[in-house]
Write a protein that binds this ligand. Structure first.
Ligand SMILES: CC(C)(COP(=O)(O)OP(=O)(O)OC[C@H]1O[C@@H](n2cnc3c(N)ncnc32)[C@H](O)[C@@H]1OP(=O)(O)O)[C@@H](O)C(=O)NCCC(=O)NCCS
Length: 196
């Protein structure tokens, strides 16, 4: 998606006055989110256990598995074992679809009445590095807000550059005391700046 904007002062002023600015670091991220919403032919739907077979086909080795899902998920993968390890439920796992194809998968796991944990975010290998990861992250964040969530947390390995860039550009911040040298724990508050 090509986004070219000469962001003038009125646009920055508009963003600064709106709650939108709270979620994004750069004007181009706001524009991407607006265009995603208006132009995307893709749909988010709850994942089924059948979908896990497709997700498994995207994970080629143990390192990729760990980078994606952390140390809890056992490799080699099979649908039953994966469903168990990721606490799979149709109400906490989602797919991004175009027509009949799954383009991305991710989870929103309830950790407390107002906190959801975004986990196992993944984009189909053939669709990577074209902005879909960022779009998918925003779709999951919007869904979390619709569910009434006040904070979203996640864990990401520091050497997972693409994932780290997505989360940072969408407003997630590191929580130093819950992070390690290897793993970054991140959080975003979903309320407006005044009531978060
Ligand atoms: C992480 C992942 C979801 C990113 O999805 P994507 O569609 O490739 O990401 P995007 O195209 O939206 O790119 C996001 C950012 O990363 C950068 N990027 C993309 N691929 C990259 C790569 N291989 N190396 C470094 N940076 C990369 C992009 O330039 C972009 O940066 P910008 O926003 O500053 O311009 C995808 O790579 C993936 O599924 N990885 C395997 C599973 C995984 O690691 N999940 C994350 C678990 S926390």
């Amino acid at each position: 998606m090509i986004v070219s904007i000469n962001h003038s002062f009125w646009f920055e002023d508009l963003l600064a006055k709106s709650a939108v600015w709270h979620y994004f670091h750069r004007p181009q991220d706001v524009v991407s989110a607006i265009l995603d919403e208006w132009c995307s032919p893709m749909n988010l739907r709850p994942a089924t256990s059948e979908d896990l077979k497709t997700i498994i086909s995207w994970i080629k080795d143990e390192t990729a598995c760990r980078t994606w899902a952390g140390p809890v998920v056992r490799f080699p993968l099979n649908p039953e074992g994966l469903a168990h390890d990721i606490e799979f439920e149709p109400g906490n796992s989602y797919c991004l679809m175009e027509d009949e194809s799954i383009f991305a998968f991710g989870q929103l796991i309830k950790k407390s009445p107002k906190r959801l944990h975004m986990a196992r975010v993944i984009v189909a290998p053939r669709k990577r590095a074209s902005g879909l990861g960022g779009q998918w992250c925003r779709e999951l964040m919007a869904l979390a807000r619709k569910k009434g969530c006040k904070t979203i947390t996640l864990n990401v390995y520091r050497d997972n550059t693409a994932a780290c860039r997505i989360y940072i550009s969408n407003g997630f911040m590191e929580v130093a005391e819950k992070s390690t040298q290897e793993l970054c724990h991140m959080i975003i508050r979903c309320g407006s700046p005044n009531n978060s």
